[in-house]
Design a protein around this ligand. Structure first.
Ligand code: SAM
Length: 215
């Protein structure tokens, strides 16, 4: 090691030590679970917890992305949320936490009848069944019946279908509305579509993507 390298190392150590001493250099911040503020919120969070501990999930979003969906739904003041890929209702329940406050509704599409049934039970148990419609069947066919403007679209079904869901539903997403998608690395056509379209602005974090349809 020459004198110059040693100098750099020592400078780095001094900078790190100073940052620590000033309380600026801390480890990664870990998300603590949300603290329920109302009985309604407690009931939904209880079912979400039970789904995780009881293994009542099938390829669900992780808890952080579920919480992100809740935040997006609430900040968008979403009245009309569409989810493609209900599974057993885990992401849907996170969305419902926000819909309880926005006065909105979720329409969620699932091809597997058994999973759709399980989701319905979870929505019932959580006291949000009145906020959700579960549509059973191939979403590629069923979304053709959608007519109302969408505030938030969440894609989480067949990855090879993401680009075609986008093509079918983007005209319904309102200007200023959002499109979220999970596991986007498995959907390269979708990544390209949301990246090159000038009417869209997309941010990727981890396996998740959030797209704004510009006004
Ligand atoms: C990744 S899981 C969804 C997880 C769910 N969003 C959650 O976080 O709890 C994908 C779901 O999409 C469903 N699916 C796949 N292809 C579909 C299609 N063409 N139409 C509707 N649902 C479909 C699968 O049956 C599966 O339950």
């Amino acid at each position: 090691m020459n004198g110059r390298t040693l100098g750099f190392l020592l400078t780095g150590l001094v900078v790190a030590a100073t940052a620590c001493a000033q309380g600026r250099h801390q480890g990664p911040v870990v998300n603590a679970p949300p603290v329920p503020g109302t009985p309604a919120e407690k009931r939904v969070l209880g079912v979400l917890d039970q789904m995780v501990t009881g293994g009542e999930l099938y390829l669900a979003v992780d808890a952080d992305n579920g919480r992100m969906l809740r935040l997006l739904t609430e900040t968008a003041g979403a009245k009309n949320v569409v989810e493609i890929g209900t599974s057993t209702g885990y992401s849907g329940l996170w969305i419902c936490l926000a819909l309880q406050n926005t006065g909105g509704r979720l329409k969620t599409f699932e091809i597997d009848p058994a999973r759709a049934e399980q989701a319905r039970k979870h929505f019932e148990q959580a006291g949000v069944v009145g906020l959700v419609e579960v549509v059973v069947g191939d979403a590629h066919e069923n979304v053709k019946r959608l007519k109302d403007p969408i505030d938030l679209l969440f894609l989480d079904a067949d990855k090879e279908g993401y680009a075609s869901y986008l093509q079918a539903l983007l005209p319904l997403v309102r200007p200023g509305g959002l499109i979220a998608a999970d596991n986007v690395a498995m959907a390269p056509d979708y990544v390209k579509a949301v990246t090159i379209d000038p009417q869209l602005d997309t941010v990727f974090f981890g396996r998740f993507a959030v797209t704004l349809k510009k006004r």
